[in-house]
Design a protein around this ligand. Sequence first.
Ligand SMILES: CC(C)(COP(=O)(O)OP(=O)(O)OC[C@H]1O[C@@H](n2cnc3c(N)ncnc32)[C@H](O)[C@@H]1OP(=O)(O)O)[C@@H](O)C(=O)NCCC(=O)NCCS
Length: 165
Amino acid sequence: MLRPADDRSNFESGNIDLDRFFRRFAGQNQFRHHIGATYIAVEGEHVLGFATIAGGNIEIEDLPKTRRKKLPHYPLPILRLARLAVDQSAQGRGVGKLLLRAVFQITRDMAESVGCVGVVVDAKPDAVAFYERYGFEPFEVIEGALGSRPEPLPMFLPLGEIPRV
Ligand SMILES: CC(C)(COP(=O)(O)OP(=O)(O)OC[C@H]1O[C@@H](n2cnc3c(N)ncnc32)[C@H](O)[C@@H]1OP(=O)(O)O)[C@@H](O)C(=O)NCCC(=O)NCCS
């Protein structure tokens, strides 16, 4: 988990928004406002990647019909993977997978301790295929629009389908 002394100033994932968030806001969001927690992967003093999570909820109508089962019509608790990024120097070395593994364990723990039906991520277009590898599905499938879609795609991974990675 992020500590105040961790050096975030040189982090560069290639995505300016994610880098700015990590450098300027991840700390205060966790230490002062308590609106999200950031987990980091480190090698010595060097931060290789981070995952920021927060509690959230979805409505049953957000889920595809096959996933609604007998769930109630009040807000359903989920874990939101708000941001995930790996430093360019470490991409492709399994760091993203390592961070996801930690997020999956937290989701299982949350399900046991407070309730949680799965993980939600707003996937950047370039990262959609990354999340699909782990079973995340788009909330709504817009045929033919995926390839050119500039805005994030909300994706869901149900608790029962979280892979052992
Ligand atoms: C997307 C990102 C988090 C992946 O992290 P990473 O550490 O490079 O990925 P890993 O090395 O852990 O890859 C795990 C697996 O996913 C695959 N993968 C990695 N990036 C992928 C992508 N964009 N699309 C499809 N598959 C991908 C890898 O080949 C690897 O497969 P394997 O397990 O069969 O070897 C990272 O590239 C990144 O930070 N990108 C820029 C910021 C960003 O887009 N973040 C996502 C915001 S929603």
